[in-house]
Write a protein that binds this ligand. Sequence first.
Ligand SMILES: [Fe+2]
Length: 240
Amino acid sequence: MRFAVISDVHGNTMALDAVLDDIARQGVDATLCLGDHVSGPMDPAGAADRLMGLDGPTIRGNHDRWLVERIGKELDPVDRFAVMRMKSAHRAWLADLPATAVFNGEIFLCHGTPASDNNAWLDGWYQDRQMTLPAEESVVRAAEGVDYPVMLCGHTHIARSVRLRDGRQIINPGAVGMQLVHGSPDARYAIIERHNGRWRTDLRVVEYDHHAAAAQCVANGFSGWGEAIATGWSDADGLF
Ligand SMILES: [Fe+2]
C-alpha cells in the first residue's frame, strides 16, 4: 500500500496542482489530507474545489475550524479573505470535516497533535527565526493512547519523520502551500509505503511557480504573505 499525505495547502492552488501532478506521476492508492486547506490570500475556493475531490480521508485544521466557528465574529484578515472567497458548499464541506480520522485501521490522522489542532508536535514554532526541536518526552506524551503504527500530523509546516522507540512512527509531510522552512519556497508532501511489514516515508520537495503564487498574494493585498511565499524566509507570527 502506498499513500500520499498532504497538509497545509492554505489556499495555494498553484502549489497544490504541482503536488497533485507529482502524486499522479508517483502513483498512489489514496491521498490523505491533514487540514488548513483554504486560509491563504491566493485561491481559497479553488483549493477547496480540488480538495473536496480527493479520494482519501480529509480532516480539518485549526484554521478550518476557525473559519466555521468564527463566522460573524473576529477573524484575522487572511481568514476573513478566505471566508469571503468561499462558496456555501465549501463552508458546508469544512463544517463537516472531522478533527481526526483513522484510515485503513492503521493510520491515524490529526492536524496538530491527537488532542489539539493548534499544538505543535514534532517541532516548535519559529521564534526570532529559530526553530525548536522538542524533547522525546513531549513527543511520546502526545502519542499516548494512540495505538496505530503510523500517526500523521501537520500544522507546523515542517516536514519530519520520527520513529518512536516502540516502533510507531509520526510523520509531518510539511506544507503544500505555505513554507516556513527558512529559504525553501518549494511545496512539500510525503509518500508513505508499507514494505515488508514496515512503513517507509518519502518526504518530497516539489518545485512550482512560487513567484506567481506570491504575485497572487500581493494582488489580493497581502504583501507579507507574498514575501513569505516568494522566499520561504518567514516566521509564522504576523501572517494570519
Ligand atoms: Fe494549522
